[in-house]
Design a protein around this ligand. Structure first.
Ligand code: 5RP
Length: 228
């Protein structure tokens, strides 16, 4: 199977986690695009979606799925999103598509985070994928210096502006042994909007597609893991 076929298999498995007659939290990226296409096939079972990016909103709307403003919603039972890396404790690096801030906001509201990935995203230690950090433009140089002080090599993502009008700095060369601590430390740098470590709020369920099928893994409940 190709990587895209694996992404699609993980994405379609996530349809089993949708709670009927509720608003679904929807992430961003090529894996989530397959999820949105799958969601369209069960459109009549959901009230609609809250989206984490302009791109996902447009795809949802094209399928006729109502997109709600998060401020009018008080409960999202399930949030479905991909990841750039995920470790054994279901901490993640996200933001390869630059949507990390809105993703983190929707995930914070959701009861359950279902992560959909192909097997290449599973790592022992986070950090080979450059860590995205969303930054207010006037703080670019200051934040870059502070990120270098933490041991990374910051590079401003070229020709990219986030949906919130900000820059993304990708931090290379970090060996992330304590994701929760680093997430908090980077968020303390003045000028940082948020960073792509999803550790204090990680995934609850991982749907990991590999050659042998889709593994369904629950955080802290590995004995119940199943494979399709
Ligand atoms: C976007 C993200 C994506 O979930 C992440 O980059 C994975 O993308 P893909 O599904 O295309 O591999 O965090 O900001």
């Amino acid at each position: 199977m190709t990587q895209d076929e694996l992404k699609k298999a993980a994405a379609l498995a996530a349809l089993d986690y949708i709670v009927d007659d509720t608003i679904v939290g929807v992430g961003t990226g090529s894996t989530v695009n397959h999820f949105i296409d799958g969601l369209a096939t069960i459109r009549s079972r959901i009230r609609g979606a809250v989206s984490s990016s302009e791109a996902s909103s447009a795809r949802l709307a094209a399928h006729g799925i109502p997109v709600f403003d998060l401020n009018g919603i008080d409960r999202i039972p399930v949030y479905v999103d991909g990841a750039d890396e995920i470790d054994g404790r279901f901490c993640m690096i996200k933001g390869g598509g630059g949507a990390l801030t809105r993703e983190k906001i929707v995930a914070a509201v959701a009861d359950r985070f279902v992560c959909i990935c192909d097997a290449s995203k599973r790592v022992d230690t986070l950090g080979r994928f450059p860590l995205p950090v969303e930054v207010i433009p006037m703080a670019r140089a200051h934040v870059s210096r502070e990120l270098a002080r933490l041991g990374g090599q910051p590079r401003v993502r070229e020709n990219f502006v986030s949906d919130n009008g900000n820059l993304i700095i990708d931090v290379h060369g970090l060996a992330i042994t304590d994701p929760c601590a680093l997430e908090g430390e980077i968020n303390q740098i003045v000028g940082v909007v948020t960073n792509g470590l999803f550790a204090s709020r990680g995934a609850d369920v991982l749907l990991l597609a590999g050659a042998g099928g889709v593994e369904r893994l629950a955080r802290d409940a590995s004995p119940d893991a199943t494979r399709d």
